[in-house]
Write a protein that binds this ligand. Structure first.
Ligand code: PLP
Length: 391
């Protein structure tokens, strides 16, 4: 039988995980209390050189809570990328606010030039508040997505955000482990530069807890509020008194029991993913019509996803034909998500310069990148990429 090679699967160290899960089950600490939650939070904070982190149910819950504590309501518009997974955008709508879509640069992350141009030409700043000229609504926050483990141009973006008085939420769900090696933010990890950062531990992420997320911020008051909102805003544990509308978003001890072992192996995963990326890149550079996308050269990326750009004119088939051909050989690949400004719930929203996002959307394919990919798996993918080219 033909072996299938998946895109991005969990890499779980069975014995330590079983040991931790056994402790949860035998002690009965399977829900939102228990020692693994604070242990995992502490390890993520230490790894990212942050003071604190708060564990939640998912990255989506993290984005929702971040927007909530930054005061986003139906009176606001929030700037978001169009090239992203929709989970980065939907929480804006949960709060009744309106997303405004901005295009990307060659890192696939939001383009600081477009962001600046939009704010300078399409908005006005009055008494410290930025208004959209078209709708007259307040724009008070920006969500960045560090796409595929890459990192947005934080130096430019933070400067622009400060000029227009925008709060910055870093959706670093795909970029745990990526950090700047040069410039003003050298040594700073994705998710730790803006006002609030979010990680996801969904099954396809670089480390996983099945489902789960973590929120970081330098602002302890915001983190306290996030923690409270994640547990139904319970102000009194015994009498169940609540002073706000909260959510059931707290991380489970069961999830953290997995996470606390996964974070210990993250640097090994990144090492393997770096090696595999370089091997693919070298081989793919010899195939006319295919090019592997680089990561931001000012960073040490986590190399989460490997993206190739298919030039149909040279390669002979387009990215969709290549996707189907690879899938027929048992190789799971994935295009970039459908751009969000084109999705049904957002068709009527304002969008600014999505041309480059559309260009990449039409040409990019992600190829298998799991940290437990075998050498022979990589060779199989490379051989197929060579043989599927139309002469
Ligand atoms: C860019 C982005 N944002 C948000 C999320 C949501 O994370 P979760 O699946 O943990 O809710 C994901 C991943 O799933 C993502 O890739």
């Amino acid at each position: 039988m033909k072996k299938s090679i998946n895109l991005s699967v969990p890499n779980l160290d069975v014995e330590p995980i079983l040991c931790n899960l056994r402790e949860c089950i035998e002690s009965g600490w399977v829900s939102t209390g228990g020692r693994f939650i604070s242990e995992f939070e502490g390890k993520v904070a230490k790894y990212t050189k942050s003071e604190r982190a708060v564990g939640v149910q998912s990255g989506t819950a993290g984005v929702h809570l971040a927007l909530n504590v930054l005061g986003i309501t139906s009176e606001n518009e929030v700037l978001v990328p169009t090239l992203t997974f929709i989970a980065a955008v939907n929480p804006v709508t949960y709060l009744g606010a309106t997303p405004v879509f901005i295009g990307c640069d060659d890192t696939l992350c939001i383009d600081p030039n477009l962001l600046e141009k939009f704010l300078e030409e399409e908005c006005i700043l009055k008494n410290g508040i930025t208004y959209n000229k078209k709708t007259l609504k307040k724009i008070s926050a920006l969500i960045l997505v560090h796409v595929f483990g890459n990192m947005s141009d934080m130096e430019r973006i933070m400067e622009i955000a400060s000029r227009f008085n925008l709060k910055v939420i870093e959706d670093a769900t795909e970029a745990l482990g990526t950090y700047y090696t040069e410039g003003k933010y050298a040594g700073k990890y994705a998710g730790t530069i803006g006002d609030i950062g979010i990680y996801s531990f969904n099954a396809n992420k670089i480390i996983t807890t099945g489902g789960g997320g973590m929120i970081l911020s330098k602002n302890h008051d915001l983190l306290d509020k996030i923690r409270s909102l994640s547990t139904q805003a319970k102000k009194d544990e015994l009498y169940f008194l609540h002073d706000e509308i909260g959510y059931n978003y707290r991380m489970l001890n069961l999830q953290a029991a997995i996470g606390t072992t996964q974070i210990d192996t993250l640097e090994n995963f990144i090492e393997t993913k770096t090696k595999n990326y370089k091997r693919y890149k070298e081989a793919i550079s010899e195939i006319d019509g295919l090019e592997m996308l680089d990561f931001n050269i000012k960073t040490r990326p986590n190399y989460w996803f490997y993206s190739i750009v298919v030039d149909e004119k040279v390669y002979g088939i387009n990215k969709d034909q290549l996707l189907r051909a690879l899938n027929n050989h048992g190789i799971q690949t994935r295009p970039i998500w459908g751009l969000i400004h084109e999705q049904k719930p957002y068709e009527k929203n304002q969008v600014y310069s999505p041309e480059k996002a559309i260009w990449y959307h039409d040409r990019v394919l992600n190829i298998p990148c799991s940290s437990n990919l075998g050498d022979d798996d990589i060779q199989t993918v490379i051989n197929l990429l060579k043989s599927l080219k139309k002469k």
